[in-house]
Unconditional design. Structure first.
Length: 235
């Protein structure tokens, strides 16, 4: 099967940038084989990059790495860049999700101003001739654990960046099969794209105009402080 389009570098998947190359070299990921490479990149993006809100969805992977935090779309870009640098074919699957799953992580006027449907994506990885859907890297382990301690419920849960039907044990660990944490909030399937550049080229980003400026300069800072308080168990 031809995989060239799922391994190429793009403006957003800038895996040849010095910070990403240094990360891979320092951690010795190139010495790993096949599935172990995917696990290493997956667990790094899930737990080494904290859940949080960047300035925009369409950031290069190197910028997400420098920020040290991200959400579904930005963490997905970094994950794809790491995978391609390691020779693992991958692509993006785009969706919209209901903003209700953000309630609690996003509050007050910021929640009211958010669009009803939010652009969302996960990463599809090719392994053993099949495509594996990976979404469970969005929330870092300390943040998800703090939510589970706070809410003593089982089964369905929607809010705080979660939309799952198994809140106590969502499928977020790499086991060689699909992982999910927000997929129960999906509203529309936007299809598969070779890279995030093509996805944002067709669908734009979540905010524009004065709402984007408000988000970049004010809202996201408040949102990230709220997420930090949740992670620390102080709210």
């Amino acid at each position: 099967m031809e995989t060239t389009q799922w391994l190429r570098e793009t403006r957003l998947l800038d895996f040849a940038s010095p910070p990403i190359a240094a990360l891979i070299d320092d951690r010795g990921w190139r010495r790993l084989e096949g599935e172990a490479r995917i696990r290493a990149a997956y667990e790094f993006v899930r737990d080494g990059i904290a859940f949080g809100y960047n300035t925009a969805d369409d950031l290069p992977a190197s910028r997400v790495l420098a920020d040290g935090y991200g959400q579904c779309n930005t963490k997905g870009t970094l994950f794809m860049a790491l995978l391609r640098a390691l020779g693992v074919p991958c692509r993006l699957h785009g969706f919209t999700i209901d903003k209700r799953l953000q309630r609690g992580a996003v509050t007050g006027v910021f929640y009211l101003l958010a669009p009803r449907e939010i652009l969302h994506s996960w990463v599809e990885v090719q392994l053993g001739g099949r495509w594996i859907n990976l979404e469970g890297f969005i929330l870092d382990r300390p943040y998800l654990s703090a939510l589970q301690r706070r809410f003593a419920c089982a089964g369905d849960f929607c809010g705080y960046g979660v939309a799952t039907d198994d809140f106590r044990a969502p499928p977020v660990e790499w086991t060689g099969s699909d992982t999910f944490i927000q997929h129960k909030g999906i509203v529309r399937d936007l299809g598969v794209f070779d890279d995030p550049d093509a996805f944002y080229g067709r669908h734009g980003t979540n905010l524009a105009g004065w709402k984007r400026r408000l988000y970049e300069n004010w809202a996201r800072h408040a949102m990230n402080r709220n997420v930090a308080r949740i992670r620390e168990g102080s709210t």
